[in-house]
Write a protein that binds this ligand. Sequence first.
Ligand code: ZN
Length: 275
Amino acid sequence: MELHNTGKFLARKGINFVRQKIYSIGANYYCPLCESNIRKFMPAGSPPRIQCQCPVCGSRERHRLLWLYIKEKFDAFSSCTDILYTSPAWPLEGKLRENSNVNMITSDINLDVISNGLSDKSVDVYSDITSLSFRDDTFDLIICSHVLEHVQNDKRAIAEMSRVLKKDGYALVMVPQSDVLNKTHEDIGITTPKNRSQAFGAPNHVRQYGKDFYQRLSDNGFSVSTMTVPDWLNQTKIKRHGLRLHSPGHTSLESGQDWQYEKLYICIPSNKNYK
Ligand SMILES: [Zn+2]
């Protein structure tokens, strides 16, 4: 039985290797994270999105967008930058760590690790985003991408991010969001993975954000501006970098699938009145 499983594992690995090679060889597209020219981005996600995942480094659309934006916004880290990256994705984390001016702490909550007392090197700090273990005014930049939809008390998490940001710092926030829903759909009575998938689009999501997500950020400590990819980059660049960012809203709405351009929320603390 074990040998059978090993054989299946190796076969799957072999298929993935060949698949990655097929997608890698070429120069139609470019991944700004691993700086590779590639033939095509691979499909990935649930439901799968075309032109999603880099066959070389594994980055997805939102990681590439965040990197392009951060690089420009922070002038390629020409000065020292303190970053908190919550629930990090390696392609972006690795790229940020290449910069000598970046002081970055990666953070996540992992209840299994905490309760078992095990160490895990995948993040620097295990910290609940609703009760961050950092002093006020610590970071120049917080990256919080596709995290809040998993957090029961997301309002508290937003307020915590505002607290630990420096007065002139930025939080870059992304969530799966529906443009069909005016009001965010959440229900603490929906707890099973199956019911959460139906109601919120994934087994571990606790809500489906709607158009009012902006307000939730504003109400909990931020001045907010939003950006979609076409607001910022031309179509040639969007295509070449595989940035056709669409956020899958859940499909149980009457209107069916509501794909849309994913938004980047650029948040500045609004509640820091220093004398
Ligand atoms: Zn890549």
